[in-house]
Design a protein around this ligand. Structure first.
Ligand SMILES: [Zn+2]
Ligand SMILES: [Zn+2]
Length: 199
């Protein structure tokens, strides 16, 4: 019934408003859409991974000049959620999902919040590290194109959490340790870094 309403939406005067679910139970309004082509049937796995035929309705935004930008955090959360779900699948299920996947990577507009970092603070932090990561104390893993040790500047208390862009909150890390700080987010590591820059 709803499929029919959707299929006839070019003539029946029904407006279609698209919502997407990026994280469970949270609906994000995308905008007013219209049918962009003939509906067609396709085989897709259901929640149990069993192939079933579904109707696909190609849609496009009515006001395509204003695509909705989704906060990057929400997109990342969805990606993480999907990757956690993928972990639950056995080899066979995984193969099946791959088989029913579209080869083109989906892309979309996102909004991001970036913080302007003080270049003097960053330069000071790099010099203070003297070419070594301030967490693992190993030499930088490679030199940048200017022949300088490659280290990344990191804020012990992240700027997104209200951390200050000062030399007392800034360290230089190898890419591995930088990832570690963001993925594991351990208080013990933060403490080590604080001690490190106090000397
Ligand atoms: Zn390191
Ligand atoms: Zn960082």
């Amino acid at each position: 019934m709803q499929n029919r309403t959707l299929a006839e939406s070019r003539h029946n005067g029904v407006e279609i408003h698209l919502f997407e679910v990026f994280v469970p139970r949270q609906y994000t309004y995308i905008g007013l859409v219209e049918l962009a082509g003939e509906p067609y049937q396709e085989r897709q796995p259901d929640v149990d991974g069993k192939p079933r035929k579904v109707w696909v309705f190609p849609l496009r935004l009515v006001d395509s000049a204003a695509p909705v930008a989704i906060p990057e955090e929400i997109i990342k959360k969805r990606q993480e959620y999907k990757e956690r779900q993928a972990k639950q699948l056995d080899e066979h299920e995984l193969q099946k999902r791959i088989q029913f996947s579209h080869p083109e990577a989906a892309s979309r507009k996102v909004t991001t919040t970036t913080y302007e970092r003080n270049p003097y603070v960053a330069e000071y932090a790099r010099r203070r590290a003297k070419g070594r990561c301030q967490l693992c104390h190993q030499p930088a893993p490679f030199l940048n194109p200017d022949g300088e040790p490659f280290l990344e500047v990191h804020h012990i208390v992240w700027l997104s959490r209200g951390g200050e862009d000062t030399i007392n909150n800034t360290v230089a890390l190898c890419p591995n340790c930088h990832r570690r700080m963001h993925v594991l987010d351990l208080a013990a590591d933060r403490e080590r870094l604080r001690r490190e820059i106090k000397g």
